[in-house]
Design a protein around this ligand. Sequence first.
Ligand code: ZN
Ligand code: ZN
Length: 468
Amino acid sequence: MKPNYRVRFASSQHVAHDHCALSFATPGIRANEKSRNGCRECKRRRVKCDETFPVCRRCQRRSTLCIMDPKKPTWQLELPGITMVQVPDSTLLLGDHVDSRLLRQWLERTSQVMVLDPDLNPLSFPILSLLPACPWLASVLQSISAAHENNFDPGKSTACFVERGRALTAFARQLEAPNPPLAPMLLGVFLLGVSSSWIESDPSQYGAEHLTGGRAIFDMLVDAEKSKRDHMDWFAIGTYVYWDMACSLLVDSAKLKPLNTSKIYAAVSDMRWSYHPMAGRAIELLYLLSTLGRYCRSFISFGERDLELELTIEEQLVQWLSPTEGEDPELMALSEAFRDHGLILLYRICGPSPSSTDRLLEEEIKEHRIVELALKAYDALSRIPSSSTRHIMLPIPLLTVGSELREEDEPKRKEVIERFGVLRSMNRTPVNLWAIEVLEEVWEYRRKGIRASWVEVMLWKGWTFTLG
Ligand SMILES: [Zn+2]
Ligand SMILES: [Zn+2]
């Protein structure tokens, strides 16, 4: 069942004093809404903008950040065919700590950089229903919006850090209180953690402390009785699995335990075929990738091999099939690319088995397989055009695939760089530029005959940023 998340702001008559009234209902805002005057860069240069979404042609050619300003606040009247949807608690009164401009930026723009489909985005309007139980969430949302509207420029991050400080103090207080609201708190910690890489000028911050803190809340949520879980609980559980996967190659394995408890596995299995706004229908695959990521990271750090685990993961990845019936071809392509990203990392990082009788031969076989997988995954990613909103969830497999493209695949390498450029205009975060830097270093190592994975190259640089 697809929840209906199509919502809007209430008309201005409902806004009283410092309070902001918001209702749940009606059609969504498309992320690719066009402005009549073109992107900021074209306006600045006083040239005509073709308004291609998400990056106009001029910005594509010049590799500049392409930002379309949202329409003016009259947009509610411009929405076609308003259909009312009844949702309980349809009107919320929010307190003085709410900055309606930043909140609106969150609802319309910032919240869209983390999901596959802007119309199925629990982080947009639906998250407002969690504010009464968890008021500091508003500060989290506003903190990220404040940084987003300044294109995550570290020189303009005061508002972002003020809101963040406020959120963290309130979070700590609420965590001490009896019966903390688990899903809202977990989503709040996730948002603080995932945005760590975006707001810091230092590529080594990925919000490790938030991931660890979030794990404690996640465990409580998974332990709670299943029959009492609502949409947001399920969403929060899937979101944590996604986040864990995105950090799994970075975490110091001694500090964060793996997700391999029977309760977590049961929750993941329950979600197997349902749609998650970040994971699509691949939550089980992402769970597997999080085990793989930790294993690869610990192999890089300690060199200890577990051939049995490697074989199990390899077998499960090879056998993993996305649901094909009625499935969206872009979601299928995305899952396929994630699966091949896992296999590539496994072969690249672990290499031939230590007990192999002919290591050179085995290495050549693996090398051949990696190239094959990279080209196959590249084709899968090509089935998701950069004009698709799904493009936003591509960076992880894109980095793995890109780093395995050979010198003779130069046009494909160029395309990968261009895609990171498009991603930068879509989410405005600095991580896309760091990813390009890592890619170019991996290629430079290859030129010198060193076959290192992007993960190793990143760790050699002392970098640990998340791409999720
Ligand atoms: Zn333009
Ligand atoms: Zn532009």
